[in-house]
Design a protein around this ligand. Structure first.
Ligand code: UT7
Length: 331
């Protein structure tokens, strides 16, 4: 049975940088509060004319170049986003069209912060079932256009940001080589409203209502509740994936946690007993790009030489749904 190898990665963020001081001019917040509570110093936000599809095209082209394959070798796209360019269709087909990838399937998944972990699990299942051998997995978001950039929305506006990461994954036929060694995926809809965007939604008649604009269409978050669950679920899930993979925390070369809040990452690190050099964080520069955080961080690690073939990588995410999950990857 083939295993799954991540062959090449890429990232793209908008050129526009928004610092904490920039936000403090618009809302009642401060660089000090944001840095201390979240670890974020700046983030990238789109300007008019930029899109999730556009960012993911750049990230995908970089991933394809790094993989050293031709674009027409891609057999399927798995596109994770909670902030698609349009209500329907999803961004997968727009990416396919913009990249001229031919009539390949494009699957959009909506598992928010856990999008890349879930997307990779689907790619792995296709590969191991022998259905496809080369896939493009994308995690990308444009969150800034859905933020309530006012005092009312200050607990989310300072956190969420825009960016895309992509990975070319390919069937690997050496059983002792690259592989996704263990998975752990979960969901708990009891907490769906703790981190959500209520409208537009088909539950409303009609779906689009002017009055929703100001009270239901922004991302809403119960930060404390999300924080509490994230710091429990991510270590629990990494442990479950490590048990499946037959790997211990000491053996991990690197953990890339979803970049939601530096304090969350530090608590996950502590609970798993990992050293500083075993954990990668870049939230200070990018904020929380939801499905984008893990593939963006992964691309930085690969390009900086933090991962070499044979190393053991863990990824873990928690977010809206609640949905969470982890994977252990032999790079
Ligand atoms: O992507 C996955 C999902 N997201 C997460 O994992 C995020 C999880 N949650 C968090 O990261 C944190 O809960 C936050 C960073 C959102 C908030 O940090 P906190 O330490 O939980 O703060 P808090 O919500 O308890 O608020 C403390 C104070 C409040 O003021 P009072 O009531 O003490 O007077 C807030 O109104 O901080 C205030 N506050 C702010 N002050 C300045 C909330 N947001 C801001 C802000 N600037 N941006």
């Amino acid at each position: 049975m083939p295993t799954t190898q991540i062959l090449g990665t890429g990232l793209a963020v908008p050129d526009r940088i928004v610092t904490n001081d920039d936000l403090a001019k618009l809302i009642d917040t401060s660089d000090e509060w944001i840095t201390q509570r979240t670890g974020i110093r700046q983030r990238h936000w789109v300007v008019e004319g930029e899109s999730g599809t556009g960012l993911s095209k750049i990230a995908s082209e970089r991933a394809i170049a790094a993989a050293g394959i031709a674009p027409d070798e891609i057999e399927a796209i798995i596109y994770a986003t909670s902030s698609p360019d349009h209500f329907a269709p999803g961004n997968g087909v727009f990416l396919q069209r913009e990249m001229g990838l031919g009539h390949i399937p494009a699957i959009d998944i909506r598992t928010q912060c856990s999008g890349f972990v879930y997307g990779l699990s689907i790619a792995d299942a296709y590969i191991r079932a022998g259905i496809y051998r080369t896939l493009l997995v994308v995690g990308a978001e444009v969150q800034s256009t859905g933020m309530d950039v006012s005092d009312r929305g200050r607990n989310t506006a300072v956190i969420f940001a825009d960016g895309a990461g992509a990975a070319v994954v390919r069937a690997h036929d050496d059983p002792s080589g690259s592989a996704i060694l263990g998975w752990d995926l979960h969901g708990d809809g009891a907490f769906a409203e703790k981190l959500w965007v209520d409208a537009p939604g088909s539950i409303y008649h009609p779906r689009n209502q002017a009055e929703h604009f100001d009270n239901k269409s922004f991302l809403e978050m119960d930060g404390k509740e999300v924080f509490r669950h994230a710091t429990t679920r991510m270590p629990e899930s990494v442990r479950a994936a490590m048990a499946q993979a037959g790997v211990t925390a000491e053996q991990l070369t690197l953990l890339i946690p979803h970049q939601a809040n530096l304090r969350i990452s530090e608590m996950v690190q502590k609970q798993l007993g990992l050293r500083d050099d075993q954990v990668y964080n870049n939230i200070d520069r990018y904020g929380n790009t939801t499905a984008g955080t893990i593939p963006i961080a992964l691309d930085e690690c690969v390009r900086a030489g933090r991962l070499k073939r044979g190393d053991l990588l863990a990824i873990t995410a928690f977010g809206s749904g609640f949905l969470w999950g982890s994977a252990i990857i032999r790079w």
